[in-house]
Design a protein around this ligand. Structure first.
Ligand SMILES: NC(=O)c1ccc[n+]([C@@H]2O[C@H](COP(=O)([O-])OP(=O)(O)OC[C@H]3O[C@@H](n4cnc5c(N)ncnc54)[C@H](O)[C@@H]3O)[C@@H](O)[C@H]2O)c1
Length: 459
């Protein structure tokens, strides 16, 4: 790449990039690159995604069909499944999943497969940049050997390798992908220079760090920080619940301190492909150094217990309503409480159920005898093992038929007033009913309002 001082590779006009993996991370990045004038080869193994893109249809809530039409119409977006396209690009960016195995250890199989496919196409002067979240050491210990073996070339000499964590926050309209400072690193000094020069063409702020390990660790620290703090605040919600103190008011009060306090808010448990997953990558790697990350272990365990806590509260509220003469459950023929969940996405305004607490909560409620239905405007269908569930329409009749409506996700479009008006009992885990907290049948997680009489302060 002439601009970065390589004699072996000339820059093409327009510059060409291959984005491998067109999901929540890869697709917005590909569109940004097109906006910045790049020719983009988008490569994904999922043929359905490629077909949708070719038909100008988006599959992400943050990206609309017009964004895809514009990109396709530019003539510079080439989605496909064929890795040969990677050989055409100067910059190849990997955005493939990094989930957990069934044993809660890092599953790098997607990354390894993608690296093998890229390695087969690699030519002199190209740079391969990993953006997937992963443990410190992955770029050097996993990606580099595969690329070198498949290509027969040397990293840092014949081709370049970088690591730049993706920090996108799906659903966040304020900080879109181009607004977020980009951490950039290279395997060698030269690799870092090449990576930095590329990203400076695309992002407003590029922050160069000294090694891939620093950048890998920085990303994992960001997400571990959120796991630990949100889990703490969930524990606080359970404490406040028993003490009859409204945790939401407590957090807002504490947040008036202009320094030294960052507000985090409770919920039914943390989900998504990042926050519950990335810290376990660090935990796994730390074990190789003989260190147990106790913060991560504790936070993980507490987070996993949240759906159980929510279920306990729901049954407690149902029981209380029954004993207080409002015999919701007994009235019905089956005797099974009908529970309607609003929202199964792991957070607001996304269509993502990966690691969502709803997926753990549903079987817990069912095993305790409840009939469960859900409504989520973003998710038409979920699969729980053999069981397939479909989103129901949130009609007044559906709300009236439910013995308890549990608000799990605070999608912007949630019809809070209607839910409160039509439902017999509402349990809100997101504080969306705060403005109507006086309503007798509305309970918020951690508000202390529906606390068990048995567990009130011992005298
Ligand atoms: N989703 C987020 O909010 C977010 C934010 C920051 C970082 N990340 C990280 O970014 C990475 C990607 O996450 P995502 O949410 O975009 O995942 P995703 O599942 O939405 O997208 C990944 C895409 O990669 C494709 N893919 C899998 N194997 C492939 C292969 N061998 N070749 C080509 N394509 C392949 C999949 O079909 C899928 O479309 C993960 O490491 C994640 O931790 C995600």
């Amino acid at each position: 790449m002439a601009e970065q001082g390589s004699s072996s590779h000339e820059i093409h006009t327009p510059p060409r990039s291959a984005v491998i993996g067109l999901g929540y991370v890869g697709l917005p990045l590909a569109l940004l690159l097109i906006d910045k004038g790049f020719e983009v080869y988008g490569i994904d193994v999922d043929e359905r995604k490629i077909q949708k893109l070719q038909e100008n249809i988006s599959y992400l809530p943050d990206v609309n069909d017009e964004d895809i039409s514009r990109a396709m119409g530019s003539g510079r977006f080439h989605p496909g499944t064929d890795y040969a396209a990677a050989g055409e690009a100067e910059m190849i960016i990997l955005c493939v999943p990094t989930p957990l195995t069934a044993y809660h250890t890092p599953d790098l199989s997607f990354l390894q497969n993608a690296a093998r496919s890229v390695g087969e196409q690699l030519r002199q002067g190209q740079i391969v940049i990993l953006e997937s979240s992963t443990y410190p050491g992955t770029t050097n210990e996993v990606l580099r050997p595969i690329l070198e073996k498949m290509s027969g070339m040397r990293a840092g000499k014949d081709f370049y390798i970088g690591y730049s964590p993706e920090r996108i926050d799906p659903g966040n309209k304020t900080y879109t992908v181009d607004q977020i400072p980009k951490l950039v690193s290279g395997l060698t000094e030269k690799c870092g220079d090449v990576a930095e020069a590329w990203y400076r063409r695309v992002f407003k702020r590029v922050v160069r760090v000294s090694s891939p390990e620093v950048a890998e660790m920085a990303k994992i620290v960001e997400n571990s920080h959120r796991l630990v703090n949100i889990t703490f605040v969930n524990e606080l919600a359970l404490i406040c619940e028993q003490m009859g103190i409204d945790v939401w008011e407590v957090i807002d009060a504490a947040a008036t301190k202009p320094f030294g306090f960052t507000p985090y808010y409770p919920g039914p448990g943390i989900g998504g492909h990042c926050i519950p997953v990335d810290p376990l990558y660090l935990q796994w790697k730390a074990q190789a150094y003989g260190i147990k990350s106790q913060f991560i272990a504790l936070s993980e365990a507490l987070n996993r217990s949240m759906p159980q806590q929510v279920a306990d509260k729901v049954f407690e509220l149902l029981g209380e309503n029954r004993t207080s003469g409002n015999s919701l459950v007994e009235e019905r023929e089956t005797g099974k409480p009908r529970i309607l969940l609003y929202g199964v996405a792991y957070k607001k305004d996304v269509n993502d159920v990966r690691e969502s607490p709803a997926l753990d909560l549903i079987p817990i409620l069912q095993n305790r005898g409840a009939e469960v239905a859900y409504c989520d405007p973003y998710i038409q269908e979920i699969r729980l093992g053999e069981q397939v569930m479909h989103s129901v329409e949130l009609t007044d009749e559906v709300l009236q038929a439910a013995d308890c409506v549990v608000i799990l996700t605070d999608h912007s479009s949630i019809p809070v007033e209607r839910i409160i008006a039509e439902s017999k009992l509402v349990f809100d885990t997101r504080n969306v009913t705060a403005a109507m907290k006086e309503a007798a049948h509305v309970y918020r997680l951690g508000s202390g309002k529906g606390r068990s009489k048995r567990r009130k302060k011992m005298k």
